[in-house]
Design a protein around this ligand. Structure first.
Ligand code: AMP
Ligand code: MG
Length: 492
């Protein structure tokens, strides 16, 4: 079925420019689509008609049963290192790029379906997704967006009306997500592995035009492009570290070129600060633990460099030397972004080598007593206002905090007025509401059973993470310490 109403006006640059990196494909038909979540704010941002999207015709487009006139969905090809092992042919096994639209601000955005049936890249998978994981992506990606962290967005989740085979049969769903693009490190690994130099060059030119247009005129555009991806990704992972976000499956196919967070699988926010925190049921070795994320990202960016080498210089040794030099800059970019963000979180304006060194010790302070990451920073603003009791009570042995806080106070403004202003600015960067694991779990279980109220309320709460509101105290609290360890599941 094709629908004439222009729900989306697509302009498909990827399909036009990158022949060889996709397969035209259609979504599987599903029996009884039913809209679970629609992101009205995002729809407005994209100048989409919410009423039309929620109509039966709109929902059939969102789930992939129908396509708007002129739409040519594709499954994208990419490779990837998964947990360090290279897979030459991953690609959209259960996803489709529906099309690209230009938003009112002139930005090109991908509209993408996940869970829309098997594609030529499906390998052994069924091409399907369950309601729970698709709603998890909706909640967590919208939380990240509200926190000011670059991310793909969630436009809608549509239940399919079918049961899919998992450990127990589960209701199926399709997620509609929006991204500034779906170019990944794995896209370049795939293009490079074809051995087709022209395809690799076209892919890089495409990525440059789409994301870093100003480097096109640089002396060495492909090296400059690489440097920009390194900088964008270093800044991104620093923001993850600030809020205690653990991606869970930082494979190279889940690392974007744009610098947006993508592919929310077994991800979660850490409560107690511990660099070894892992939630994913399949991450046995802790490869993607909280504290490993910057190092893993650098490893992924080295894989991007390998793919780009032929473009950087015809002479392999010179190409390696130039790319290595750029990759060495990762630490500096990361530390700059991480320390700047930490100064904002701690309310410290002064920037010096001593301050930087002192800031570098903050994670150890939190880790020693496994203090709640989010509450520590949020309650610290109360201490700037003169009442340290709340933050102090997070420490089982508060003497370490007292010693730390006496240095911290010396770094605050001397005047009371100045300290109050600092406290306010801290509250603008330190969230009180994050998607706490027990609330996410409760909301996903309720939604799977047909009750959408908890997830709608959770989305409402996390969409304004910095503004404390009455009646929402439970959302600000970590799970009770005696709860079983939280485990998240990937690819389900
Ligand atoms: P992810 O872990 O979601 O990034 O997925 C890794 C790879 O597995 C991608 O190529 C996905 O398209 C593919 N994949 C994950 N789940 C399924 C599924 N149920 N059916 C087909 N392909 C899948
Ligand atoms: Mg993926």
């Amino acid at each position: 079925m094709s629908i004439a109403t222009p729900l989306f006006r697509f302009d498909d640059s990827y399909a036009r420019d990158l022949e060889g990196l996709f397969e035209p494909w259609r979504a599987a038909q599903v029996p009884a689509p039913h809209l679970l979540m629609l992101n009205a704010a995002l729809a407005a941002e994209l100048d989409l008609d919410v009423e039309a999207l929620s109509s039966p015709e709109g929902v059939s487009v969102l789930v992939g049963n129908a396509i708007t006139e002129g739409s040519s969905p594709i499954a994208m090809a990419y490779s990837g290192h998964q947990f360090g092992n290279y897979s030459p042919r991953l690609g959209d096994g259960r996803a489709l790029l529906l099309g690209e639209l230009i938003d009112p601000q002139g930005r090109r955005r991908d509209v993408h379906l996940k869970g829309s049936g098997r594609t030529p890249f499906a390998r052994g998978g069924d091409g399907k997704a369950a309601i729970g994981p698709m709603l998890r992506e909706y909640v967590i990606s919208e939380a990240m967006h509200a926190l000011g962290i670059p991310t793909t967005r969630a436009l809608a989740v549509v239940a399919t009306g079918e049961r899919i085979a998992r450990d127990t049969p589960l209701p199926g769903a399709v997620l509609v997500r929006v991204a500034s693009s779906h170019l990944r490190v794995g896209t370049f690994q795939y293009a490079a592995a074809t051995g087709d130099f022209d395809l690799l060059r076209r892919t890089a030119d495409y990525a440059i035009a789409r994301h870093f247009a100003d480097v096109a005129t640089a002396d060495q555009p492909y090296l400059a492009f690489y440097a920009r991806v390194v900088a964008a990704q270093a800044a991104l992972v620093a923001q993850w570290m600030h809020v205690g976000f653990i991606h869970g499956v930082m494979n190279t196919d889940n690392t974007t070129i744009s610098g947006e967070t993508i592919d929310y699988g077994p991800c979660a926010f850490m409560d107690r600060h511990d660099p070894g925190t892992v939630f994913s049921s399949i991450d046995h070795g802790g490869r993607y633990a909280y504290g490993n994320q910057p190092g893993i990202l650098q490893w992924n960016l080295a894989r991007l460099a390998e793919a780009l080498l032929p473009l950087i210089h015809a002479d392999a040794e010179r190409a390696i030397a130039a790319a290595t030099e750029v990759l060495r800059g990762f630490d500096e970019h990361y530390l700059f972004a991480w320390r700047s963000g930490m100064r904002a979180k701690l309310g410290i304006e002064r920037d010096s080598a001593e301050v930087a060194q002192w800031i570098d010790g903050v994670p150890a302070l939190l880790a020693q007593q496994q203090v709640d990451h989010t509450l520590f920073f949020r309650r610290l603003s109360e201490a700037a206002r003169g009442n340290a009791a709340a933050v102090r009570s997070l420490f089982a042995d508060p003497t370490a905090f007292d010693a730390w806080a006496s240095t911290w106070r010396q770094l605050l403004p001397a005047s009371e007025e100045g300290r109050l202003a600092v406290a306010q600015s801290m509250d603008r960067v330190n969230p009180i509401y994050i998607p706490r694991n027990q609330h996410v779990e409760h909301a996903l279980a309720a939604a799977t059973g047909g009750d959408l109220q908890p997830i709608q309320q959770l989305v409402e709460v996390i969409s304004r993470p910095f503004v404390e509101r009455p009646g929402l105290d439970a959302y600000a609290q970590p799970a009770p310490a005696d709860d079983a360890p939280y485990v998240t599941f990937c690819g389900t």
